[in-house]
Design a protein. Sequence first.
Length: 263
Amino acid sequence: MVELPFAFAGPPARGTIRVTPEDFVVDEVTGITPTGAGEHAWLRIRKRNANTQWVAQRLAALAGVRAVAIGYAGLKDRRALTSQAFTVHLPGRPDPDWSALEGPEIEVLEVTRHQRKLQRGALRGNRFRLRICDLDGDPALLAQRLGQTGERGVPNYFGPQRFGHGGGNLATAAALVKDGDLVALGGHTRNAPMALIRELIHQGRRRLGLITVPTGGLNVDLAVGAGVADRLHFAQVGLEEYGMAPLFRAAVQAGRLTCLEYP
């Protein structure tokens, strides 16, 4: 970190962060008000020193449902005290005893019902509170720097690493795919590589063969509808609770898509 540029001439204080999970508090802001009725149980859970996927597994096990029945907007830090919403698809079924989840790692804050599954990215943001221990420095100068940071921001150290200089990583990755190639796509309705699909469309790629891993969702539907793909290896293509994939279905019915379906 010392080799990276500082926004305001170096740190005015030093300290230790994240000594305990309570030193880093994250509260999810979904921007969604549960309807109070519907096929999905809605739970707001506070977790300590646990990751989101582990909590989702606990929910699925208690409710006796598959992992795909659990919805959440995003992953939260493990070594922290975090709160977030989960949904559990329970059509025609009562809620189990959610208090059975309670323990050192999990606290159930709210239980109600909702009409839809909570999807990835369905949140307004997160509120963070970070406690710094063993602080050593000038408090007045630290307050001044925090004010400057709030007004002007700080360098984005992760931009080039994640997206490339000028955001060029997607374009570079898509350029590796040539017309006629066979491409495996991971994800489903969630975790699908939508940015890459849009870039392939933008670059005008054609006659691609797609292998869905494990199944195809919005990514495949968009690629087929845009004319990027003309053949498909799949076990299933659909949009989960949103129904059939309309562009995929239209292409199959019109004979524009060569399909190899696996049982």
